[in-house]
Design a protein around this ligand. Structure first.
Ligand SMILES: Cc1cc2nc3c(=O)[nH]c(=O)nc-3n(C[C@H](O)[C@H](O)[C@H](O)COP(=O)(O)OP(=O)(O)OC[C@H]3O[C@@H](n4cnc5c(N)ncnc54)[C@H](O)[C@@H]3O)c2cc1C
Ligand code: SF4
Length: 524
């Protein structure tokens, strides 16, 4: 049994590795998901083919849009890979400049505009970006060869054009206890067995965005680990259709509306997806193991991942653009778009939305190179961005509901509209401005309902609250970096109170204010 053992007959899904590569378009992507015989439970039953399930399909369409954007607009949706020498989907690219990180954010905003929901690929993107530098630094400390394996894995993913899901959050049991202290050791994913071929893992990851729509999953620890948690310090990649994996689909508010007609769904085409992923002695070959037991690097991985991921939340500003547009449209349909308080509310929504974008994109601009050559976004600004995201979409949603009026929650159904008798009554009495079709008014109201109370409120609101860490997690990171003593010395100096003068900003960029004054791109 050896971590460094040469690769020996690893399980490799025929479907994911051979039959379907490379994937370039949304249509090819959807075809690639068929026939994988995944064990997916939804509504208490095994789903025969997720691609054809009406509740699941809108989430697949949202991922497909990431391929189509790259095909339509390669500058935005793809990047030149140093590993393959070709353009690859930007979600599979490791950022080697601040510009790369900025372009990720711009792509995320655009996809938010196009889908109005979560397009699910950012967790995998942020996982490969953080693993690039962490595997490099683990190797420097331990003499392991994780980085080389990791680069080989990323190159394979890029060649095939695969979707990677990032599986970090464990189910966690008693939040007051470390993994090894839990009554049930499986409440955090851990290694149960090591063989010459690889490792076997058991446990469950909760809230896994787009996992069923992915080709591969990267499993990572979710918190700082001690020596007694060594078996929980596992990072590895396995195909979504590997034996021993069960998926339990997460219900989203109003999800069954996707099984009904068109209008009541609000956004018929696109939705997000979360599921619980259960690993029952699932196998990871050594070639796909990128950490095994180096527990002291778990916190570095979590911090770097969350740094990337917290500024990935500019995705919400693309969704916010749609909601602002919906609110302006309903005001127009109601005949009040030019009224002063309506204009002011649209200005406020825009101000809040751009506040999120401003901090996210600033975090990418204020990036710095890691030892491996990958660029890491600015952690303070990433946390400020994500903290805004836990609040501002709720206010934007409140203002959208204000402008929509009560009808967004009392609107009769699409069946009534289509009914031979009551349909005429609906069209007559639910008319707004005379030029506007009643059906269009209903459609825009349903979209606002979908985004603030319905299926896509999962992505716009609660995901904004908890994804990449609940609000307190950002406050802790902000408090660690706020340099309050330095700021007190600045104030005391100006007030004429005897004190040490504040330090000149250092060029190493270790503290936030050092990074503020460093040259763009983290270089001197
Ligand atoms: C829609 C959605 C999509 C997501 N997608 C992904 C994904 O793709 N991949 C992934 O890995 N994760 C994903 N997440 C998980 C996300 O990172 C977690 O939800 C988040 O970290 C919070 O964890 P939790 O949900 O287990 O909440 P909990 O940990 O139960 O937290 C609930 C509350 O308790 C507080 N709390 C918890 N523990 C403590 C403690 N020890 N001391 C004090 N307070 C505590 C928290 O601050 C919070 O206020 C997603 C979440 C959502 C909602
Ligand atoms: S919530 Fe946003 S950042 Fe997270 S995966 Fe979905 S689209 Fe990407």
């Amino acid at each position: 049994m050896s971590k460094g053992h040469p690769m020996a007959t690893p399980f490799r899904s025929v479907k994911t590795e051979q039959a379907i590569a490379p994937i370039r378009t949304g249509e090819e992507y959807i075809a690639s998901l068929r026939g994988r015989e995944l064990k997916v439970y939804l509504f208490g039953e095994l789903v025969p083919e997720p691609v054809d399930h009406p509740v699941i399909r809108p989430s697949i369409n949202a991922v497909a849009e990431t391929y189509d954007l790259a095909a339509r607009n390669p500058e935005l949706g793809s990047a030149l890979s140093p590993y393959t020498g070709e353009r690859v989907n930007r979600f599979l690219h490791v950022a080697t400049s601040a510009e790369d990180l900025v372009m990720q954010n711009k792509m995320q905003r655009r996809l938010g505009q196009l889908t109005g929901t979560c397009f699910q690929r950012c967790v995998g993107m942020d996982a490969i970006n953080s693993l690039h530098s962490v595997t490099y630094e683990v190797d420097q400390d331990h003499g392991t060869s994780y980085h080389e394996r990791f680069l080989a894995f990323v190159t394979r993913m890029q060649r095939h054009g695969f979707v990677i899901g990032g599986a970090m959050t464990d189910v966690k049991g008693d939040r007051g206890k470390a993994p090894h202290e839990q009554a049930d050791p499986d409440l955090f994913v851990h290694v149960t067995r090591r063989t010459d071929e690889g490792v076997y893992i058991r446990g469950a990851k909760a809230h896994q965005t787009g996992c069923i729509n992915s080709h591969w999953l990267i499993v990572m620890p979710t918190l700082r680990l001690g020596a007694e948690d060594r078996d929980y310090a596992i990072v590895g990649a396995l195909p979504v259709d590997a034996p021993g994996i069960t998926y339990v689909y997460g219900r989203q508010s109003c999800d069954t509306r996707s099984m009904e007609g068109d209008i009541d769904a609000g956004n018929k085409r696109f939705s997000g997806q979360e599921a619980m992923v259960v690993f029952d002695d699932a196998f990871i070959p050594w070639e796909n193991v990128f950490m095994d037991g180096e527990h002291e690097f778990a916190s570095m991985l979590v911090e770097r991942f969350t740094c990337y991921h917290r500024r990935s939340y500019v995705c919400k500003t693309g969704v916010g653009d749609v909601l602002i547009g919906a609110a302006a449209t309903v005001a127009d349909y109601n005949g009040v778009e030019k009224v002063s308080h309506i204009r002011d509310k649209l200005v406020e929504m825009t101000h809040l939305n751009e506040t999120i974008y401003g901090t996210g994109i600033a975090s990418s601009y204020q990036a710095a190179p890691m030892k491996s050559g990958a660029y890491l976004a600015d952690d303070m600004l990433a946390n400020v961005c994500k903290h805004h995201v836990t609040r501002l979409p709720y206010e934007i949603g409140r203002l959208a509901q204000d402008l929509a009026g009560g009808l967004m929650v009392t609107l009769p159904s699409e069946q009534e509209l289509d009914h031979p008798e009551v349909g005429a009554i609906i069209r007559k009495y639910l008319k707004g401005r005379v030029e506007v079709d009643t059906e269009d008014r209903m459609r825009i109201l349903r979209l606002i309902e979908n985004m603030t109370l319905g299926r896509n409120a999962v992505g716009y609101l609660t995901e904004s609250m908890h994804g990449a860490g609940s609000p307190q997690a950002q406050r802790i990171q902000i408090s660690r970096q706020m340099q309050i003593e330095t700021k007190k010395r600045m104030a005391k100096g100006l007030a004429g109170i005897a004190s040490e003068p504040p330090d000149e900003p250092s060029r190493d960029g270790a503290q936030y204010l050092d990074r503020v004054f460093r040259a763009v791109d983290g270089k001197d």
